[in-house]
Design a binder for this molecule. Sequence first.
Ligand code: CP
Ligand code: NVA
Length: 322
Amino acid sequence: MKNDFLSLTDITSTDLMELFELADELKMNTHARPLEGKSIALIFQKPSLRTRASFEVGVYQLGGHSVVLLQESIGIGTREKASDVARVLSRYASMIVARVFDHAVLTEMSEHASVPVINALSDMGHPCQLLADLYTMRQHNRLWPGVKVVYVGDGNNMAHSWLEAATLYPLHLVIATPEGYEPDARFVELATESGLSTVEIVRDPVAAAQDADVIYTDVWASMGQESEAAERRRAFADYQVDFRLLNVAQPNCVVMHCLPAHRGEEISAEVIEGGHSIVFDQAENRLHVQKALMTRLFDRWTAMRAAAASEEQYALSLFGRC
Ligand code: CP
Ligand code: NVA
């Protein structure tokens, strides 16, 4: 596991399973306080309900304190460079969690921060959501090698994170998306070249949903694409997750959505409210997996700092002997 979590490629399959086990433990043991006396900076350049609430509550439950910083007040890229924000916050906080428009802001912060940086959603991915999604599939006994996951809709940040997930866990991942809205080819290549999963990018959502174990969807217009909403409604009109898809899926297929949802657009009201839907378990699990992630990153960072300090001490002792 790298000391940042900017994408799922920062962890290994073993890390993934260990995070799930730690999330299970933290769910049971509410007395763990690994962040006692520590402050965590939470940066939001975009709106959020789940991410902000689950990180704030999670930090509190781990004994720490969060400092929420909104783009309107800190002005990354307008008032101040991302690199300066990262260096300043590293002097106060033990971790930086950031939701940004442009993934390059996260990589710049990661290069300049001396504390771990977590991606809380960017244009390139939403890895914390995917951790919670895989954990939720495991909770519902839907995580087995070759499980058929059908992602229906926009080839956006969520689709990218699914493609990264396919490099960590063996999936049969089918992405059904209209022409012109496919995921970035680099993510498709990454998933295909890893050789771990079977990956298909297809057009027909009903054919894709055949025998699906999991059907997943996300909004048609992501945050920042509001001006394209009408055009996207037309482009995605055939891509609603509704009973046409559930009728051809496995009878016990689960339906997942990262939320927020637009009933009547990417998902029908009947399906999101129906017995196949596990969307609120996904939302809850953001809390548990992020607590595990923060605990693990903080432990590693503390161990790295201790190792660096003892090396420095050793070098000084050698110098003293000269
Ligand atoms: N799923 C998710 O990240 O929700 P928010 O945008 O409300 O944080
Ligand atoms: N693709 C969506 C995900 C929201 C959690 C967005 O970026 O707005």
